[in-house]
Design a protein around this ligand. Structure first.
Ligand code: TYD
Ligand code: MG
Length: 448
């Protein structure tokens, strides 16, 4: 059998033809390891003999999608679980990946599938315990505590399940590969094998992968091109809310997100996330501003909180949680230069209430106004929402999907929206729309 030899970085997964002391991609030292790929491996998951086909003659197989009772989960996948697909669920330890997969296993069993759940990370008793807690007691669900890949494969061949769940990919290993379980090389190899299981045997497969920052374990990032679907499960393990989003999906869109709340009996779908985020809001407090943000195709109202306080030290603090710290620095500079708020000797803290992480610039105006409100010690009208990206000149830039955002605000009972003049929609019923061009104007209106 022909073997192909390559050198792979165990940190970033970069592969190169020769050994070197430091990785040529991530520049870390002593991370390059030898990786032997059996040349025959690659074509195995394609049919034995194929020939080029004229495009016209190819008949499309409609993907068979299995629907579950977890409507939110189906929506993220684009309508259901595709049969024979390989799905990767990534997330921080403790976020609830095993819980989610056990619930999915139950759903699969309910639609008449036989499911094999490989729990390498926990004992059978621990998994059984969790299953009891989630009231999972399906006959067709098999638990198997194993980490050696060849054993797992043998059991898959014997049991012939319709679906396979591997919890987690970092713990499963092949002893013939010299690196440790969880290293990029092992993880890549196991993922390839799972791909064969999914495609050759038509077994719908889910693999769980931890995202770790330490670098000891390989993150699932290196697997992205191997699998069909990559789902990110995020949220603060201490806070109840969890967000599932599709980062890659070969069978559907990637802009849907699902929200869950971790409760006593597992994950529950959240129908109205805005309500949860605004639940603990203190009205008429300074430094609080409400903004509708987009999560996928859905608008959610969130509260941005800011605190500007005298600094006890010569270097003052700038802390951001849930937003990009660079964005905060930029907005502070704009406030200094264009509005004349001076922040030396002042600490500035900004956070997104509820632990959400927001990347879109449409919340700029809300951040700036929350800071301005705390700075000048004047509250923002509790029935007003704001929206807009801020440019370096202090000008407000247009934002996408204004209508759905305003609709959500209306639904939650807000009365007024301050937004960039360029994004003003035509008519939004009872909600008053105030179009502004510059940050100064917005501050003028809102902090009278
Ligand atoms: P787990 O699914 O084990 O996370 P992961 O597999 O991603 O590491 O669950 C994580 C946390 O969820 C754990 O701290 C306990 C909590 N939890 C609940 O709050 N309610 C429940 O019903 C279950 C099963 C877990
Ligand atoms: Mg787990």
């Amino acid at each position: 059998m022909k073997q192909k030899e390559s050198w792979v970085c165990s940190e970033c997964g970069h592969d190169q033809a020769k050994w070197s002391g430091s990785c040529s991609a991530c520049k870390r030292w002593n991370t390059i390891e030898k990786f032997i790929e059996v040349a025959e491996l690659r074509p195995r998951f394609m049919k034995a003999k194929t020939r080029p086909m004229p495009l016209k003659e190819i008949v499309l197989d409609k993907f068979d999608k299995i629907q579950t009772e977890l409507k939110e989960f189906d929506r993220v996948l684009g309508g259901g679980i595709v049969q024979g697909s390989l799905n990767l669920i990534g997330g921080d330890p403790g976020v609830g990946k095993s819980t989610l997969m056990l619930m999915i296993a139950k759903e699969l069993c309910k639609s008449g599938k036989k499911v094999l759940y490989v729990c390498g990370e926990e004992s059978l008793e621990q998994t059984k315990n969790r299953a009891d807690r989630l009231s999972v007691a399906e006959d067709q669900l098999y638990l198997y505590c194993e980490t050696l890949f060849s054993n797992i494969k043998a059991q898959v061949e014997e049991l012939q399940p319709d679906a396979l769940i591997i919890d987690s990919i970092q713990i499963v290993y092949k002893p013939e590969i010299a690196s440790l379980p969880g290293s990029v090389i092992q993880v890549k190899e196991i993922a390839m094998e799972c791909m064969h299981i999914a495609k050759q045997m038509g077994i719908t497969s889910f693999v769980i992968g931890h995202v770790t920052k330490s670098g000891d374990l390989a993150g699932p990032r290196v697997l992205e091109h191997i699998v069909d679907v990559v789902l990110d499960f995020e949220g603060d393990p201490d806070l109840g809310l969890r967000i599932l989003r599709a980062r890659k999906n070969r069978f559907g869109p990637t802009d849907e997100v699902a929200m869950f709340q971790m409760g006593e009996k597992g994950l529950e779908e959240v129908a109205n996330p805005s309500q949860i985020f605004l639940k603990e809001r203190v009205k008429e407090a300074t430094g609080s501003c409400i903004v509708p943000t987009m999560e996928g195709t859905r608008a959610i109202l969130i509260e941005i909180q800011a605190l500007v306080a005298a600094s006890a030290f010569s270097t003052c603090a700038r802390r951001a949680s849930g937003i990009d710290p660079n964005r905060l620095a930029l907005l502070l500079a704009v406030l200094e230069k264009r509005v004349g708020h001076h922040f030396h000797h002042l600490d500035v803290f900004v956070s997104v209430a509820g632990g959400l992480r927001i990347r879109e610039p449409a919340i700029d105006l809300a951040i700036a106004l929350a800071i301005a409100s705390s700075f000048s010690n004047r509250p923002i009208d509790p029935h007003t929402i704001v929206l807009g990206e801020i440019g370096l000149g202090g000008e407000l830039r247009s934002v996408p999907r204004v209508e759905s955002r305003i609709k959500e605000a209306k639904h939650m009972g807000f009365k007024r929206c301050i937004l960039p003049k360029k994004s003003l929609p035509k008519e939004m019923g009872a909600l008053e729309l105030v179009g502004v061009e510059r940050l100064e104007e917005a501050i003028e209106i809102i902090l009278k």
